[in-house]
Structures are given as C-alpha cells and as structure tokens.
Design a binder for this molecule. Structure first.
Ligand SMILES: Cc1cc2nc3c(=O)[nH]c(=O)nc-3n(C[C@H](O)[C@H](O)[C@H](O)COP(=O)(O)OP(=O)(O)OC[C@H]3O[C@@H](n4cnc5c(N)ncnc54)[C@H](O)[C@@H]3O)c2cc1C
Ligand code: SF4
Ligand code: SF4
Ligand code: SF4
Length: 390
C-alpha cells in the first residue's frame, strides 16, 4: 500500500517517504501555506509499500533506544557571550562546538534564498553561526535525508538537529546498521508556522520600508529571554525593525501546520538522543540563574546522549539536575489546538495578501494590542478579554 494523505493532520512533512522511494514516485509539494506534503505519481509507483512503512507519524510512536525516563537538567553555556547569542541557555552551541572539534558535521536549520528556512550541512564553527537561534517556521528538508544516508555510508560522523517529527522521520529512514555514527538532538516543539507567511512577511517589511532586509531574528534575546519579538535589519537605513505580527499568528495557532494538533511528540518519549528547549518555569523551582538571560532544558534520552552530555558537562556547560515533573511545560504534555478561524485566515492570506491579514488578525485585534503592552501568555490575554466583555 502506498502513502495516501487524506487528512493533512496525518502528515508532518518529514520527507521520509519521499526519500525511501527508489522509484522517485513521490514528490513533496507545497500547499497554499508552503507546507510540504507527499504526492505519488501513479505512473512510477510499483506499490512496494515502503513509503507507508517508513512513516512514523501515523503509528503510535515508540522510540527504540530511549531510557524509560529521560535524565533532566537545567543547563547554561559556560561562556556568557555564547549564552547571549543563543536562544535559550546555549545548549545547542556547546554540543555543536564539541562535535565539530571531534570531526563531526552538522545538519541543522539556516537560510536559503530570500530567508527561505532550510536544513543545511555545516562543517565548521564559522558556518555554524547560521544555525544559532530558532527559526519559527517549518524548515525545508528536501534532499537532506538521502544526503545524510549517503554520507553515513561513506563513514562520516553526523549530528542532526531538528523538530522531533523530523528526527523521528530521519531515524525511521536511516537503516539501523548506519546509525552508530549518527547523533540526534530534537527540540521541545510548540508547532511550526507557515513558510509562505514568513516569506511574505519579510517582503511586506521590505515594501513598507522601501529597503532590503539583510538580517532577521525570530526572537531577539536583546529584549530578554522571556520576551518574544522578531527583528529585521535593513540594508540602507541601518535600522532594526522590531515587530510581533508573526509571533502573534504563531501563538494564536492561525499559521501553524495542521499535524501539530496531532503531534506524537508532546511527551517525554523523545526520538532524539538529547532534547533541548527553553526551561520555562525554571524560576519556580530554582534560585540560581534568575536573571532573564536564558536557561536551556536538557533531556538526556539515550546512552549515546549521555556519553555526549558527560563530555561537555562542566567544560562547555554548567548544569543543575532537575526532574520530569518540574520541567513539564504544555508542549511536553499535549498537542496544541488549531485556531478555528484558520481556514478563513488562510483563504484571506492567499486571496488578499499579507497586508490584509496583518491588519485584520493582528493590528485590528484587541488580543494583539493587549499582548503588545504585556508579557502575559495569549491564553491569559483571552481570559482577560472575556472577563471585560462580560
Ligand atoms: C518551531 C520551533 C518551536 C519551538 N517551540 C518550543 C517550545 O514550545 N518550548 C521550548 O521549550 N522550546 C521550543 N523551541 C526550542 C527553543 O526555541 C530553542 O531552539 C532551544 O531551546 C535551543 O536553544 P539553544 O539556546 O540551545 O540553541 P540555539 O542556538 O538557539 O538553537 C538552534 C538550534 O535549533 C535548530 N533550529 C532552529 N530553527 C529550527 C527549525 N525551524 N526547525 C528545526 N530546528 C530548528 C537549529 O538547527 C539549531 O540546532 C522551539 C524551536 C522551534 C524551531
Ligand atoms: S509524515 Fe513523513 S513519512 Fe509520513 S507521509 Fe508525511 S512526509 Fe511522508
Ligand atoms: S509504494 Fe513504493 S514505489 Fe510506490 S510511492 Fe511508495 S515507495 Fe514509491
Ligand atoms: S509540533 Fe509536532 S508535528 Fe508539529 S513540528 Fe513540532 S514535532 Fe512536528
């Protein structure tokens, strides 16, 4: 039986099915928001069933090599400068530095043309700067799984980082015998917003300011770890634009992939050797590091992950032991719910463009205005609005 996605919520777009098809019968094609889905060419398909078997998003997911429960730590990079430049506590950077020095290559998320967010290969610490920071949109993985497999076959040692569904897809696709030289890090994952909305947003900023965007940051830590603004640096004006329209669509669950409401990874059964995220709620349980500079949550899930952590612990990373109950943010307990206006929002985006949805769903929205002035989570803002309306 071949893969046949009837409900978009059943596909996270990991590309494992496309990669495994030796008949090149599957192409990953974008929907109107730029999310990729497999489309089978009936003329090329021989009904071998490999694509259906490799898909880990449709089964009840069980990692094969993980501990019953992960070891949980709050961690921080030992170097203040590295901490500043990273999204949370700099956990990724410590592992990346250590593995690059040992001769590993890294596959992680950076930019292609026009700020299209893609997975790419990194061989040096200089190139690795591009992977820093969360790009809050789904990365384009096309071609990457096949490349990782071929490089493992030629003896390379590889660190792959990505969302849990991407890591699970890769581990399902790569034969077990080739996985000795593969280390994986997954992220705690809220959901992934639309690539098309992201790219239209960048163009919208360029049009608004009649200038070229040369640098973006999806969550600029300059404003503190707890705050969340995106910033854009312009070419001629040497000006940094600070906004939160994209963040608002993200947290309002208007712009996110449908499969994120059907996610198999919002729990402690992790596909990666290590999991990293923001240690939200850290200050409720610990008195150290309460300075808004960022603390990474680190879950050590496998013995391979433990070996790696032991190598960097106390040299590149400072760590404080925690436990599975203190680290449970919503993204480790249940999937998000898609906003009930998503269909309408999408149609209007396609028909009218970014300016229209920015005005209607952000600037003209009372929740957006309150969010601009406060740091309350969106669900709290909604509660306040409901109380006022009553
Ligand atoms: C879409 C998305 C949603 C997230 N949701 C949450 C959440 O709800 N709760 C939480 O605690 N943490 C979440 N995170 C993780 C968090 O934002 C940080 O990425 C993480 O804490 C690592 O921070 P760091 O300081 O160690 O390293 P950084 O240097 O900031 O980490 C960069 C790493 O993230 C990877 N990366 C960046 N963008 C993407 C992307 N689009 N897809 C896959 N990998 C990417 C890079 O390849 C690199 O490995 C999310 C990340 C993303 C990308
Ligand atoms: S989840 Fe991955 S393997 Fe499954 S159908 Fe989607 S792209 Fe293919
Ligand atoms: S059934 Fe086999 S040939 Fe057909 S699309 Fe799937 S992997 Fe390719
Ligand atoms: S929420 Fe789940 S399905 Fe969505 S990108 Fe993250 S890991 Fe994948």
């Amino acid at each position: 039986m071949r893969i046949n996605i009837k409900n978009p919520a059943d596909c996270c777009g990991c590309t494992a099915c496309e990669s495994i098809c030796t008949h090149n019968a599957i192409k990953m094609l974008p929907d109107e928001l730029g999310f990729l889905y497999p489309v089978v060419d009936d003329n090329l398909c021989v009904d071998c069933g490999l694509c259906q078997r490799v898909c880990k998003f449709q089964d009840k997911y069980e990692p094969i090599d993980s501990f019953d429960e992960p070891d949980v730590y709050g961690v921080r990079h030992t170097n203040e400068e590295e901490l500043k430049k990273s999204q949370s506590g700099g956990a990724f950077w410590a592992f990346a530095e250590s593995l690059l020095n040992e001769g590993f290559v890294i596959y992680g998320v950076g930019y292609g043309r026009d700020f299209h967010v893609i997975h790419k290969r990194i061989e040096t610490i200089e190139q690795c700067q591009e992977l820093r920071g969360s790009k809050y949109t789904q990365s384009d993985l096309r071609g990457i799984f096949k490349e990782v497999k071929s490089k493992l076959q030629s003896g390379e040692r590889i660190l792959f980082t990505g969302t849990p569904c991407q890591v699970a897809g890769l581990k399902s696709y790569i034969p077990q015998r080739l996985q000795n030289n593969l280390v994986t890090i997954d992220l705690v994952c809220h959901a992934v917003p639309s690539p098309n909305i992201w790219e239209s947003y960048v163009k919208w900023i360029e049009h608004k300011y009649s200038d070229k965007v040369v640098l973006t940051d999806f969550r600029n830590k300059k404003f503190g770890w707890h705050s969340h603004f995106e910033t854009f640096n312009l070419s001629k004006k040497k000006q940094e634009i600070k906004r939160s329209t994209f963040r608002f669509f993200f947290y309002d669950h208007l712009s996110v992939r449908k499969s994120c409401a059907n996610c198999k990874f919002t729990n402690l059964k992790r596909p990666g050797d290590l999991t990293i995220g923001d240690f939200w709620g850290w200050e409720k349980h610990h008195t150290e590091w309460n300075d808004n500079k960022g603390v990474s949550l680190l879950l050590v899930n496998t013995s391979k992950g433990k070996l790696l952590f032991d190598k960097v612990n106390s040299t590149l990373l400072l760590s404080i032991k925690s436990n599975t109950s203190d680290c449970l943010q919503p993204q480790l307990t249940k999937p998000i719910e898609i906003n009930r206006n998503q269909e309408r929002f999408t149609k209007e985006f396609v028909r009218e463009g970014f300016d229209y949805i920015a005005k209607k769903y952000a600037d003209g929205n009372i929740a957006y205005k309150i969010k601009q002035l406060s740091n309350f989570p969106l669900r709290v803002v909604r509660k306040i609005i409901n109380i006022i309306r009553k």
